[in-house]
Design a protein around this ligand. Structure first.
Ligand SMILES: [Zn+2]
Length: 207
């Protein structure tokens, strides 16, 4: 049996970048608490951040739905033109490649959508000053666990590289889905920046 360690006070916060430990002090509205060693922002409470994140999540959802079903690319070679949506591309494969393309769809589309839904579920009552919905803590923990697995940004970079390569082979024009997907990725990273995880956990704990 390990010796009993003294219980840590609950208001400690560790810097996720450099592990420095601080006593959490809720900064005044509009200011932030940052790590003095590496300057990473630790707490940035904002009354409006929750509402902004929810609106961004709804906008991202609309964009990703458009990106899935609108034409992504049209390729023209000689007199043949083909348009393809992300869905067509994923379902065009067979055998092991089908498994791969379904995995890509899950990581690039479904997981980000699931995270958006979980975020809206957790934040909506908090923004409205209501008690959290049932399982809000589990939902938020799940959204945080899935964060490294939601790979929309990586797909965007991969798709950009692939497009540069096929431009030499055929006449490629970008469909509306490309811009919607780009907007989706931009909104996702904006939400990540706005989200103060410490404030959300605190709000869920205080209930
Ligand atoms: Zn630090």
């Amino acid at each position: 049996m390990p010796p009993d360690l003294p219980a840590l006070p609950e208001d400690l916060i560790a810097c996720p970048t450099c592990d420095a430990l601080y006593k959490a002090v809720i900064p005044a509205q509009g200011s932030k608490m940052a790590c003095t060693r590496c300057h990473r922002v630790l707490i940035s409470p904002s009354r409006h951040a929750g509402a902004k994140i929810i609106l961004l999540a709804l906008a991202s959802f609309a964009l990703v739905m458009g990106a899935v079903f609108q034409p992504f690319l049209s390729i023209k070679r000689f007199w043949i033109t083909r348009e393809a949506t992300l869905m067509d591309t994923a379902l065009a494969f067979e055998g092991p490649l089908l498994i791969l393309s379904v995995a890509v769809l899950v990581l690039v589309i479904l997981l980000p959508i699931l995270r958006l839904a979980l975020t809206v579920y957790v934040l909506t009552p908090l923004v409205m000053n209501r008690p959290p919905l049932p399982f809000a803590r589990t939902a938020f923990r799940m959204a945080e666990t899935l964060r490294p697995w939601s790979m929309a940004e990586i797909f965007a970079i991969g798709a950009a590289v692939a497009m540069i390569k096929i431009v030499d082979l055929a006449h490629v024009s970008l469909g509306p889905a490309v811009w919607m997907f780009a907007g989706f990725v931009a909104l996702l990273s904006l939400q990540n920046t706005l989200m103060c995880r410490w404030s959300v956990w605190k709000a869920l704990d205080d209930d």
